[in-house]
Design a protein. Sequence first.
Length: 105
Amino acid sequence: MNEARIDENAVRAEAERHANATVAGDFRTAGASLTQAARDQAGDVMKAMPGQLSACEIAGSEEDGNGNWLVDIRYTGDSGDVIVRSTWDEVEGNPMITKLEVLEG
């Protein structure tokens, strides 16, 4: 098992910034956390979002055994909730999302 390359607290702080920006509709800030591979997945994830977003929370985080962090973010909107899992890795010294997937929706 590989140890995570980045600190969990740094990942959680960036995940919270990303999630809050997504709820606020600030996609420039939210998108700054995404690698190109994650940007390519973002459209499908956004389609699964529950309408107009009103809240978000970090539902959980864990190290994946490959040096990455998995962060589950619950987004709440006018049509319910959805949980999005983001995979975080260190890219050029910064925590970045390398993969996005919808877990519930």
